[in-house]
Design a protein around this ligand. Structure first.
Ligand SMILES: NC(=O)c1ccc[n+]([C@@H]2O[C@H](COP(=O)([O-])OP(=O)(O)OC[C@H]3O[C@@H](n4cnc5c(N)ncnc54)[C@H](OP(=O)(O)O)[C@@H]3O)[C@@H](O)[C@H]2O)c1
Length: 280
């Protein structure tokens, strides 16, 4: 049995679907009450709340996270600590931690620090682990990042561009990250004790990404360039995290796990066709 934390989240949902596709039995945690099989209600901050289960736990995929809000660092560290304790108790043979590309650059916000320090805690736990570091993700289910930018473009015809918009991003499709996660479980000998980066199939400057979104939506928009010193006054950490380039090398995941991440442009093209069909 596999324990998947955060199974109702953006990535957790995609991992759950991929596990089902491969006929791998899992139990997924959610904070929602009540929860129906294969979900179980569990506040991961409380070590007593973790599922006991009579069957052996083979693997844990730790995907749950707090992204922002008060105490993000402390909450994420507590969850990691509890997941490690659970993994040692049962004992789990494979622990996959979903980290972030933010852990690969010197960012000081609570979320990025929690990812970096959780990675360290996991590496030093004595358990067999695999750490996956995705870049910013896109999906039609996304409510917060890329898809939200597209909704703003479509509804308000405005693109807020922090700084000069010339820093590069490498957005990755959520299903490619889910695919890699499951491939790691299946090819554990290759994944064991590795830190694997995953970014999308193309690298785009922020303002070019916005231009392609506008084109996919057939939406005119006014780009509003927001000076970084001004943004620093309101949300320094969040903005610095966003504009700091995180370009990932996909060669390891392509050669070892046969995962070839799609481009944002191909997804936008698909999105454009669906949008056009719905409009007609
Ligand atoms: N989204 C991105 O662009 C991105 C980029 C790089 C890395 N990542 C990483 O990918 C992973 C998944 O991100 P995501 O975007 O899918 O996040 P998400 O949609 O916000 O989902 C996070 C999940 O964590 C669960 N959770 C939070 N606090 C919890 C607690 N105390 N107890 C139990 N569950 C708790 C939530 O469960 P409920 O829904 O049940 O409340 C939620 O489903 C995270 O580790 C994140 O750091 C994400």
């Amino acid at each position: 049995m596999i324990l998947l934390t955060g199974g109702r989240g953006l990535l957790g949902f995609a991992i759950a679907a991929s596990l089902s596709k491969h006929h791998l039995a899992y139990c997924a945690t959610t904070t929602q009450v009540p929860a129906e099989h294969p979900f179980v209600s569990c506040n991961l901050l409380n070590p007593e709340a973790y599922p006991s289960g009579n069957e052996p736990w083979d693997a844990v995929i730790h995907c749950a996270t707090h992204l922002q809000g008060g105490g993000t660092y402390a909450k994420n560290m507590r969850m990691t600590e509890n997941v490690i304790a659970f993994s040692k108790k049962h004992p789990v043979k494979k622990l996959i931690f979903i980290s972030s590309s933010n852990a690969s650059v010197p960012l000081q916000d609570e979320y990025s620090r929690s990812k970096k320090d959780s990675e360290k805690m996991i590496r030093e736990s004595g358990l067999e682990y695999c750490i996956i570091r995705p870049t910013i993700m896109f999906s039609e289910r996304d409510k917060k990042n890329i898809f939200k930018m597209m909704q703003l473009l479509k509804t308000f015809h405005v693109a807020m561009i922090p700084g000069n918009g010339e820093y590069r991003l490498q957005p990755v499709w959520v299903d490619d990250v889910a695919d890699l996660t499951v491939q790691c479980l299946l090819k554990w000998d290759l994944a064991k004790n590795q830190v694997l980066a995953i970014g999308g199939g193309e690298t785009l400057e922020f303002k070019e990404m916005i231009r392609r979104m506008g084109s996919a939506l057939s939406a005119f928009y006014i780009p509003v360039y927001m000076p970084l010193p001004l943004l620093d006054l309101v949300a320094r950490d969040a903005i610095r995290s966003f504009v700091t380039e995180k370009i990932m090398d996909n060669s390891a995941i392509e050669s070892k796990f046969n995962v070839h991440p799609r481009t944002l442009s191909s997804w936008l093209e698909e999105f454009r066709l669906v949008d056009k069909k719905q409009a007609s």
